[in-house]
Write a protein that binds this ligand. Structure first.
Ligand SMILES: Nc1ncnc2c1ncn2[C@@H]1O[C@H](COP(=O)(O)OP(=O)(O)OP(=O)(O)O)[C@@H](O)[C@H]1O
Ligand SMILES: Nc1ncnc2c1ncn2[C@@H]1O[C@H](COP(=O)(O)OP(=O)(O)OP(=O)(O)O)[C@@H](O)[C@H]1O
Ligand SMILES: [Mg+2]
Ligand SMILES: [Mg+2]
Lengths: 471, 471
């Protein structure tokens, strides 16, 4: 009389789609656009190609007095890597499938955003998704749906087309129900903030009313791309170590430490294994569960590994961040703008970098609620919701005493914080706010305090000039 | 050079365990206790047995100067339904497996809490979990671990024991690393608030220091248990309808509507199908995708289905909620306490009930931050974190003008809100805060305003008495 059952991952997110960000008709439009745009930007940046993205939302069934949602076709085109034919169906038809499960900075991380977007479109309109992609050779066109109960794609049609122009990239076209009018302002804000941190991207957006929004690129300079790295010993746990010993082919623990981890040289490996009480000649496959636990504990406490390698990160850099902010906020030379990039830091063995900026100027309007205007970014993704639950908001409103920097409640201040990491401490699958991880919080606080000292000089100078003028 | 891979659901939550609530060593202890306790309470209530739960945390490896976390054994015993032997391994060793995927109120809903707790213990200590359970016949003892890469249990040992006393219930014992000292106060608060809404439960907790906390039951009266119901047409979407047509054996749509849905009688079925433009004699298996979409749209707009059946819900009721609050807040007869249960309402076809209470009295201390003390519950689960992101906080602090009820910022007010539903609008897998679903927000607002009117009378009367006293 109690019945037990299992459900597939797609079934889980079908039943709990609010957890993935698809909580209501207007939010669904926003979520769909962002998931697809983030995939396109990742694809271009991974081969250091300036993104050229064309996004269009077309209304095909209008809303009416009875129903506020309309049916739209959402179409996005990019000039990115393209997807190899054999992976296209699972990339969009299977939850927990993707290319971003490694230790390298990217917007994507969970392997479900694209699939959940296709799923949402399917359950509201019963229409298949069309994916056209090429890695430079032939063009593959798939028409498919998701078998939600079994978390697998159902291919309705697969056509191979000639690629005369040598096109490379991806086109996704799907139907979905939503409320574009309600989502409009957040959507526009998302695109604007994306342009702010990706000034090298060219984005065109045509909305259901036929209005064209063009975010032209301001530069062709792109940040240095990230590299995939091996894990750092500080982030190790029992399961990761167990998997490493299962796949490693080396015959002793000393070589194992050097092969599997970053930051471990010959001397360090020896020293660490002695510290951990493990004979360096031990065969990794012969470690007992207690040895594994001993190693994991020792790895967290051993102080002599090299600092985590930050080449897996790709901060924007002060130049690019400056360019983007100046352009999107229309700052003039008289306005104050200071950007600052911190050195790499780590939490739980994952490296991260905080970049921040503060801008102040007449041209900036105050946030409607009279609170400070905060722009939050994680791996170049603008975070627009749940501000008061985010560690960035906590730092700005609780950790920093702005009056000591001569900032009053009326000062039209803009604060921007960008966090890069191979593991962004998202508190939810919907990627809207960050957990108050102590090391991350400390870095954001220090970054803003550093810039605020220059802000104080600027404000003091303006006060002084104003006084002199009055005399 | 771009590698594609899939990961299992357990691997996903292993990599992203903060999303399930296991974000740091102190939070992990809290998450582990709550997930196991919620399972035990569900198990007892589902057979209307007053829960007798024994919870113990034993320290077996202390923390030291280097490492703040210690290793504990967490053990919980209940007198609930027990779990049939063939289901025990998957209940604790497979993510997305459980008995609560149906339309009936319960604390559990995702099918992953118990498994993630076992997973966390395993990756921090490499020790197996021990589960002992009986549904009244034999006692089954399992020692098992999770194969995280494949989301399946690994049974190390399975023993069948004689059950001389006819015991029925479940015992779970696992090792985990954590910081009990930091989690202590939240844990105690969680148990206290659980006792507040489950005054029929008897909970004993022995902590690592050997201190015993006993939450005795205040009554043997239990709320009327919920029943499993069929879905309501307002909540239908394309995927659910498609699955129903695949499993249904009836030959025409008229019988299909009556069989598959609640709130649909013979007359209503006919009327609705005409409204939707579908011939009542159509075979469900012959519906085209366009017909399915037409039906789903029409179902949302049709106004003449019966209101959703709230027998799938189990509110506490005003008596039980009163008892619990009086006991846990030590209210006296002179204090003000008013509870109120709203009629059932719905959102997206899911029924829900709001129960609320306001208490005011000298014995109540003010919340440290000077803000109102808010107790939030969802299906009898106390929500202790992320208060400012929760719709309940929004209602209390934004929707209600307390000064019109003669409440000042110094008034030591306690507000309790309990939401019951077959679909709680959790914003995250960690079950800590609720989305501001419009219908839910409206019901909470109306419930509190209703009680606040009585509060105003009480406060006015006290003011008047105080004035008379002074003359
Ligand atoms: N426009 C695109 N160009 C190239 N590859 C793409 C594109 N869109 C999706 N992909 C591929 O499909 C995979 C799955 O995408 P999906 O959005 O579901 O997950 P993800 O981006 O890896 O993670 P997340 O859920 O965090 O977004 C990606 O990892 C990527 O390899
Ligand atoms: N103490 C218990 N007594 C009886 N059954 C239990 C007990 N603990 C777990 N179970 C069974 O194991 C299943 C899985 O538990 P788990 O906590 O993983 O998921 P859930 O409770 O269904 O959902 P949620 O993830 O929301 O907690 C439950 O659905 C229940 O059937
Ligand atoms: Mg993605
Ligand atoms: Mg559970």
């Amino acid at each position: 009389e109690i019945t037990y059952q299992s459900i597939s991952p797609s079934d889980f997110f079908y039943r709990n789609r609010e957890i993935a960000g698809f909580s209501n008709p207007s939010r669904a439009i926003y979520a769909a656009v962002r998931e697809l745009l983030e995939n396109s930007l990742d694809a271009c940046e991974s081969i250091s190609i300036p993104p050229k993205i064309y996004l269009r939302i077309t209304e095909i069934t209008p809303s009416d007095a009875e129903r506020e949602s309309a049916v739209y076709v959402l179409r996005i085109e990019d000039n990115g890597t393209g997807i190899p034919s054999e992976h296209i169906p699972r990339c969009f038809g299977q939850v927990f499938y993707g290319s971003k499960y490694n230790l390298k900075q990217a917007r994507g991380t969970f392997g479900l955003g694209g699939t959940i977007t296709v799923l949402y479109g399917q359950i509201t309109t019963h229409k298949p998704v069309k994916v056209v992609s090429s890695t430079g050779v032939e063009i593959h066109e798939y028409e498919m749906m998701i078998d939600i109960e079994y978390n697998r794609p159902m291919i309705l049609r697969h056509t191979v087309l000639e690629n005369k122009k040598g096109w490379r990239g991806t086109i996704v076209e799907l139907h979905l129900e939503g409320d574009y009018t309600r989502s409009m302002s957040k959507l526009y804000e998302y695109l604007k903030q994306t342009a702010m941190v990706c000034p090298y991207a060219d984005i065109t957006f045509v909305d259901p009313k036929g209005r064209l929004y063009r975010f032209e690129s301001a530069t062709n300079v792109m940040p240095k791309p990230p590299k995939t790295v091996r894990p750092h010993p500080h982030g190790i746990d029992v399961e990761t170590l167990r998997r490493m010993t299962a796949t490693s082919k080396v015959k002793n623990m000393k070589l194992f430490m050097i092969e599997q981890f970053q930051g471990v040289g010959v001397m360090t490996a020896e020293k660490f294994l002695n510290f951990a009480g493990i004979d360096p000649k031990t065969d990794p496959k012969s470690l007992s569960p207690d040895d594994v636990v001993k190693l994991v504990r020792a790895a967290k406490e051993f102080k002599e590994f090299l600092r985590p390698d930050a080449s897996c990160l790709s901060p924007l850099g002060e130049e690019l961040l400056s360019t983007g902010i100046r352009k999107e906020l229309n700052l003039t030379e008289k306005d104050f703008l200071r950007v600052y990039q911190r050195h790499p830091s780590t939490y739980s063995g994952f490296p991260f970098i905080v970049e921040a900026a503060i801008a102040l100027g007449r041209s900036l309007s105050k946030n409607e609620e009279g609170s400070k205007m905060i722009y939050r970014f994680a791996n170049r993704i603008p975070l627009l919701f749940d501000e008061s639950s985010c560690v960035v908001w906590k730092v700005v409103n609780k950790n920093i005493n702005w009056s000591t920097y001569k900032v009053s409640n009326d000062t039209p201040l803009v604060i921007a914080v960008h966090l890069c990491s191979t593991k962004i401490p998202y508190k939810s699958v919907g990627k809207e706010f960050l957990a108050d991880q102590p090391e991350v919080e400390k870095e954001i606080t220090n970054a803003l305090r550093h810039i605020a000292r220059y802000l104080r000089l600027y404000i003091s100078r303006n006060i002084r000039l104003a006084k002199e003028k009055r005399r």
